[in-house]
Write a protein that binds this ligand. Structure first.
Ligand code: ZN
Length: 454
């Protein structure tokens, strides 16, 4: 047994009010008048009925006066998980949406990304994107940086300084026929990837990890893809890339990799599909390819804003779910123009409704299902669901404190509403003004306390 002093130091905060989250079994679980305690390591120590206050305060050694009581119209939900975002493209988010993928990359993306050699520029953009996404409630982000190792390391440092949970990928590409100065040699790409991984791991940031990042098959030779698969395996690392985003791209992959049966087969052959892989898009994957995803445990990141903005396609999420492939949502900034995961939720619902318009047999996603994709689903897609994604005891407390009627906010409430209505209104109408506080691993990261290293 702990003595009372040890017990009191083990609980760092306790909240009382409405908690809304998802479980594996239930897309939406609403728990009213509950108490949630967070321990000194930032983990959820308990979540139980409010009526148990006296017993809990004795067991866990906190004073009932230390409990933070949520006010009317407030609830706490899990942090949002952005499974696919290009931090380096944030500078032109909201513009340059007038071309399909391959032309868009050559015209806008590669020239901008090549600027990240300049660390001052990188610091400016990366600080902005980390702050903006945190403010929008993204507690976990899976980032693409650029081919530049030092700037990619800087992104890791900035995410750590602001307290965001993040995967950071130094982009690898040894093939670029259009913007010739923005690529690496095969040797550079391998060596710099190894340096990036070693240096980032060496920093021992508690919440920031490297992810092996071949840009996508058309930007990489088969040799590089194979080497990156081996590096990921040797270091037991996550992998991220893109797949089957647009039809022209799929044709190009067929030309570049004539020996592969499909786009999925290209990655499979190079050992890049594992249970720690997340692939963006997959709009045009066949059912056979989805079976390969399920068998390997690889996941998909659904980025509907990007898919619509670049006229790439519409992923049939219902079909992906039917194939039991892990799935999260992504903003895909800047192909997606919004860095807010609330936008990803809305575009996911819109895209699903478009599929229903085209085929009335299609079963439209519900907002409850999309809420789960944006939280628990994202954590599953990144193989982090043992650590985050919902409010199970022992997981890290990654959470948003939401006030649907925040003063000056975008939502008007005419009358008191039930929590389910409050959540639906927040998902459809809310923005960062409603996100009063953001917690990652128990630490309050919004409102910001400016890091001293800035
Ligand atoms: Zn992308």
């Amino acid at each position: 047994m702990l003595n009372s002093q040890e017990r009191s130091s083990s609980i760092s905060s306790v909240f009382r009010g409405t908690f809304i989250h998802s479980t594996r079994e239930t897309a939406l679980q609403i728990r009213e008048d509950e108490l949630l305690g967070v321990d000194a390591d930032g983990k959820i120590a308990f979540i139980e009925k409010g009526a148990e206050l006296d017993r809990l305060s004795q067991t866990f050694g906190f004073s009932p006066t230390e409990v933070t009581q949520l006010v009317q119209h407030e609830f706490i939900m899990p942090g949002l998980v952005d499974t696919h975002i290009h931090a380096s493209q944030y500078s032109y988010a909201g513009t340059a949406l007038d071309m399909p993928l391959l032309q868009w990359l050559n015209t806008y993306t590669f020239p901008v990304e090549s600027h990240f050699k300049d660390l001052q520029f990188a610091r400016r953009v990366y600080s902005q994107v980390v702050k903006r996404t945190l403010r929008n409630g993204t507690t976990t982000a899976c980032y693409f940086a650029t081919i530049h190792t030092d700037a990619s390391l800087l992104l890791g440092q900035i995410a750590n300084d602001f307290g965001q949970r993040a995967f950071v990928g130094k982009v690898c590409m040894d093939r670029n026929n259009f913007v010739k100065h923005y690529k690496e040699t095969n040797q550079e790409s391998q060596a710099e990837t190894c340096r990036f991984i070693a240096e980032l791991l060496n920093k021992k940031y508690p919440l920031v990890r490297p992810v092996v990042t071949p840009r996508f098959a058309p930007s990489c030779t088969g040799a590089l893809l194979g080497q990156l698969g081996a590096i990921a395996k040797k270091n037991n690392l996550h992998i991220q890339s893109h797949i089957s985003e647009n039809i022209e791209e799929i044709k190009l992959v067929k030309e570049l990799f004539p020996d592969s049966e499909s786009y999925t087969d290209v990655y499979l052959k190079h050992n890049l599909l594992t249970d720690k892989t997340v692939m963006a898009h997959g709009c045009h994957l066949s059912d056979e390819e989805l079976v390969v995803f399920r068998e390997t445990g690889a996941s998909l990141s659904h980025c509907p804003n990007s898919n619509i903005s670049l006229c790439s396609g519409i992923l049939n999420v219902r079909n992906v779910m039917k194939h039991k492939v892990k799935l999260g949502l992504g903003t895909d900034v800047a192909g997606g123009y919004s860095s807010s995961m609330l936008d990803a939720v809305r575009r996911t619902l819109d895209s699903s409704k478009v599929l229903t318009i085209q085929d009335p047999e299609h079963v439209t996603l519900t907002f409850e299902e999309v809420f789960r994709l944006a939280t628990l689903g994202g954590s599953q897609a990144l193989s982090l669901d043992d650590q985050t994604g919902n409010f199970e005891v022992g997981k890290d407390f990654d959470a948003l404190r939401v006030n649907v009627a925040a003063p000056g906010g975008p939502i008007d409430l005419v009358q008191p509403e039930k929590p389910k209505i409050l959540l639906e209104k927040f998902l459809n109408l809310g923005d960062d003004r409603n996100i009063v506080e953001v917690f990652v691993a128990g630490r309050k990261v919004v409102p910001f306390t400016e890091p001293t290293t800035e």
